[in-house]
Design a protein around this ligand. Structure first.
Ligand code: ADP
Length: 224
């Protein structure tokens, strides 16, 4: 009996490059779960778990949560049954140590598809300071580019939109610094392994999505 290979898609990119948006589209296309370590952490914080308590002070300052903490959360999540056919990682790995830990989990059997969403810092600051998020379902809006139909209200569930605490200009600049120092080295790490696909994210989200699909499955022309 043959088993289909695990499809693991890793999205790497600075905050605001569109990882969450693309992960949501990919989840529907491939019917595999979207795992955002940022969302997992925010859910721990909301529930007041000890892990959430530990992570909160890092997130609010724009710093990374400690590797051991994030690994514990991630390994728990990918052990769940809905991850058997694969999953989309949004925001993990974010350091070389995290990438190496993931490599240990896969062994040599499952090379991940690594998508690098590339966007310059100026565009990021514009996107994130204008970003609003639904307090209930997590849907994302941009005050100018994709505003809600009714101001401050989610189009999908009607709940209030809020700004993430770490989407202030000061914290965004810190997050970018952390990205360039700790996460950007992953681009070379995966490029050396010939697993990296870089996509220019200063394009409409549909175009970016089509390019990701081609990278994930070059034989799939239905997106074009
Ligand atoms: P963004 O990609 O827009 O920065 P996320 O929701 O992915 O937002 O992450 C928010 C915050 O959660 C990060 O700034 C960091 O503090 C923490 N975080 C998320 N993923 C990781 C990770 N893999 N390792 C360490 N910290 C993480």
């Amino acid at each position: 009996m043959s088993t289909s290979p695990l499809r693991v898609i890793i999205l790497i990119g600075p905050p605001g490059s569109g990882k969450g948006t693309q992960a949501t589209l990919l989840k529907d296309r491939f019917a595999i779960p979207h795992i955002s370590t940022g969302d997992l952490l925010r859910s721990h914080i909301q529930k007041g778990t000890p892990l959430g308590h530990q992570a909160q002070k890092f997130i609010e300052k724009g710093l990374l949560a400690p590797d051991d903490l994030i690994l514990e959360i991630l390994l728990q999540r990918i052990a769940e049954s809905d991850c058997r056919k694969g999953y989309i990682l949004d925001g993990f790995p974010r350091t070389i140590l995290q990438a190496e830990a993931l490599q240990t989990v896969f062994g040599n059997s499952t090379p991940p598809i690594v998508i690098h969403l590339d966007l310059n810092d100026k565009k990021i600051i514009d996107r994130l300071t204008q970003r609003m998020i639904c307090s209930h379902c997590g849907a994302l809006y941009h005050l100018h580019l994709s505003p809600p139909k009714i101001p401050s209200q989610c189009n999908h569930c009607g709940n209030p939109l809020v700004q993430r605490k770490d989407d202030t200009k000061e914290v965004i600049i810190e997050r970018l610094k952390v990205y360039h120092t700790l996460t950007a080295p992953l681009i070379h790490y995966y490029s050396d392994k010939k697993l990296l696909h870089t996509i220019d994210c200063d394009q409409p989200k549909e175009t970016i999505f089509a390019q990701i699909i081609t990278a994930c499955d070059p034989s799939d022309l239905s997106s074009q």
